[in-house]
Write a protein that binds this ligand. Sequence first.
Ligand code: HPA
Length: 270
Amino acid sequence: MHPEYGPVAAVAEKLRDRFGDPPQTAIVLGSGLGVVVDRLVIEREVSTEDLGLPSSTVPGHAGKVITGTLGGAHVLVLSGRVHLYEGYPAQVVVRYVRAFHHWGVQRLILTCAAGGIAAGLDPGSLVLVTDHLNFQYENPLTGTPWNGNRFPDVTQAHHPGIRATLLDAATSIEVRLDQGVYAAVMGPAYETPAETFMLRSAGADIVGMSTVPEILAAAQVGLPVGAIALISNRAAGLTDGPVTHAEVTDIANRAGDNLARLLEEACGRF
Ligand code: HPA
């Protein structure tokens, strides 16, 4: 049996015990994006620790699972995912994805902060992720195949239906939503200017330190998933200044409201 099966099943059981039936949509909040919670009509809140999920060690990640209503839909929000750079194994990083799926969640929307590489992707921009490049040199699917699916197809890992709904929602509320390829890096150091140049040459539009492990885990089990990045900074080497975590969370706090409105509109359409 897969070594994560026990922990995943235990988390799913606790989710059922604490929240009852699963909501159709789960939303994961990236760095500093807690502003989305302000639009949620909250029903219940449980700490990730209490659910058997790993605790975030990063400022700006709250460590809570919250259920409530967003745009008239019953949703679950995870605030406080963990990252590979915190030292957690990839299997542990994606535990919540497998647990949500096991519980019966039907779609996953990931959000994250990212650095902008392509021209025009400046701080405050929202980017719908169309595809990714995995430069983390880690993959949560190594080892025992989770569900017997040894070689999952990821041609459409970023679910076309979810993307279409998010684009429609953005149009209808007149929020600009760019599209681009996300390069995942391990971090926690930001990129060197040479690495940014390499990523740009490789076809990356944006760069971040999360999201891809979860996309892979969701694709493996057939859980429809989509990701939206809020651009918090120009990637290293594209401006004169340094990249700082304070800048990343500050922009997320200030520009997060458009993302919150977009999620609210999209949730009403799923
Ligand atoms: N690089 C990597 N991850 C990030 C960045 C960045 O510039 N900004 C926010 N997350």
